[in-house]
Design a protein. Sequence first.
Lengths: 477, 294
Amino acid sequence: MNEKEPLPLVADLQRALAPDRVRVSPLELELYARDASIIAGRAEVVCFPLTTAEVQAAVRVCRKHGRPFVPRGSGTGLAGGATPIGDPVVIVTTKMTRILEVDADERVAWVEPGVLNLDLSRAVAHLGLHYAPDPSSQQSCSIGGNVATNSGGPHCLLYGVTSAHVLAIEVVLPDGSVAMLGGLDPEPAGYDLRGAFVGSEGTMGIATRIAVRLTPLPPAVRTLLLDFTSVDDAAATVSGIIAAGLVPAALEMMDAEITRAVEAFVHAGFPEDAAAVLLVEVDGLAAGVDAAASVVAEVGRAHGARTVRVAADEAERALLWKGRKSAFGAIARIAPNYYLHDAVVPRTRLVEVMRAVYDIARRHDLVMMNVFHAGDGNLHPLIVFDRRADGVLERVMAAGEEIIQACVAAGGVLSGEHGIGLEKRDYMPLIFSADDLDAQARLREAFDPDGVANPEKVLPAGSRCGDLQKIPEGAWI
Amino acid sequence: MSALERFAAEVGAEGPVTVVGGRTQWDVGGAVDPAAREVRAPSGVVEFEPAEMTVRCGAGTRVKELDAALGEHGQCVALPAWEGASVGGVLAVGRSGLRRLRLGPVRDALLEARYVSADGRLIKAGGPTVKNVSGFDLCRLLVGSLGTLGFLAEVVLRCRPLPAVSRWFAGEAEPFDLVHRLHQPSSILWDGTTTWVLLEGHPADVEDQARLAGLPEADGPPDLPAGGRVSMRPSSLRSLTGRRATFVAEIGVGVVHTAEPASPVAAAPEVAVLNRRVKQSFDPTGRLNPGRAA
Ligand SMILES: Cc1cc2nc3c(=O)[nH]c(=O)nc-3n(C[C@H](O)[C@H](O)[C@H](O)COP(=O)(O)OP(=O)(O)OC[C@H]3O[C@@H](n4cnc5c(N)ncnc54)[C@H](O)[C@@H]3O)c2cc1C
């Protein structure tokens, strides 16, 4: 393209924003061609608004030129949600990073969508508060992205996922108008459009300001590491803890492979010969925490835990969590590529589903590791591979499909926190009938009648009449 | 034909129709057109697996009966257990009970809903697991929709452990300060003079927190004025100080129970447009609970 004579679309965007915040260089378009998944597309233009008014202006330019748009935060999504399909304008929120207001009395913060998850918790820590949803990617993912995917994290077991922490969202709708969904009062009038928007993966508009609930830091915390000689025993302990009527703050499982990888990386004293470890945290008031910690230890021992290590102080606790949270960094040292799955099964079925999942990897001759939110049955089978190896990608994809089938067969669902995006769009009929999908399409239509916001995502094509198609044109894996 | 299919057939695809629960909040959202046919959702617990901490039940089930069944296993649901209220009714209205400060809003209790659409089809929204982001969150949309988008037939709810102890305390105290001093109180109520606090959990913790609150034990919460219900920002409840009229405010939550009827609040114009489009999309002929609006 000629530098001096940009496309009318680009020229209009440059006028609406600023020339240096509208980018078309091949290098930059390449950067925005995919998210953290392995599904790539193609962006036509990438732009970086600073304010709600600029987002609105960008959306209006898209409408004028008949172009779809794709909202994008940090691009850490794993379902291809931010992958551009159909030559869209990618509207990136990474320059909207202001924490606008913190109200410690009401425990609410107003943030721009590009604020990073962990930055918010850090900014309010001195007030004894934090933002509870803590995805493993919290150092790099944006709150806007969290809202759009309804993110979860280890501590969402007790505290609830993103939706439970979002009070109000200012949204630039696909027609370029601005609406405030939800509110700071407990029972805003009308339908819960805030709830409908959370998890909509960019298909209902762009979040430009978000009011989130801040949570007081618990007065007492106890972190335990239990280790087992079999995955079955660890999984049975998870079910046993829930069966004892206990909902810990977090209940995470790591299998042998990942435990060894992590230990080599952070040296937190994880037992390298364990078949699986559980990282369990209970919090609240002192007596309740003591009682809960004893229940966890008892249930673990009853299921054959070899050791129950209780973090002695904050430093040890931080070290154990560092182990859990650096799992992905550790993997990068093992193989160049990984495919991280995300599905949920009833937690009473964990033992059998884990067996089935390992079996699938074995049959496809793939290296698989498991590090996941066991307490809510949220599996993350992770396949590591080198995509340059012959035929490996086919095996990775085939195993992935079987894993999903196995989870669904056990009464599970397609995704616990990464979302559907492009990755799982065509699996939606596994758990939803044509009528169910039609109902979801009706919601989308109310927000975006012309289908210009992040087209091709979440719902299979033809959800309004029942015909389905495969990976859309213009996307590749 | 299953109970769900019978219910769907009864709702049908034509003519004005209304779904009746326990009639405990029948007036919320306005009167239903008297021409509407009355239907009732199936009731009864369908599946309860205590180790899963979820329960599947008919939307017509009474919340009290559900809690009684769950209580045998030390669990409950985070829905207000008003006398006679049905699970479907409580979800459709979406109003929380007095323990919202700890339990969160009603909308977070619903995991899966089977509902009958305006064209008489059985639709599944959400899923049975405690965590799920597979597709759009129709469950959130249904809670508080007053049966204007679909009629709940069967639901899966998240269960909660019953607290070991549950004690009310009351006396004259500054309630806004208590919200911050106590850790996760279950309820703080204030009528302008007296403050009530509900503490739940481990007996020793409750004892400790009670000392912190410095209030004597009470029989229970006060009677709530039943004239109106107002939704305010929690911090603006301070403005009620010195008010003459009778009220009981839920501190930290923002719900105010008043003696006089509350004046209706309209959504902002841009939001009203969206509300209308949602209604139009789900019930184009306006046959579900005609006359009522969320
Ligand atoms: C190593 C690693 C670990 C992870 N761990 C977790 C985890 O524990 N839990 C978890 O839930 N996820 C996890 N994820 C996935 C990812 O981090 C989350 O989905 C995150 O919420 C995405 O945020 P983002 O800012 O990167 O969004 P993006 O990837 O940029 O976008 C994600 C989706 O949101 C939409 N979107 C973004 N911003 C907006 C906006 N302002 N308005 C409307 N739509 C918008 C996009 O269109 C897209 O559909 C992990 C990812 C990685 C790489």
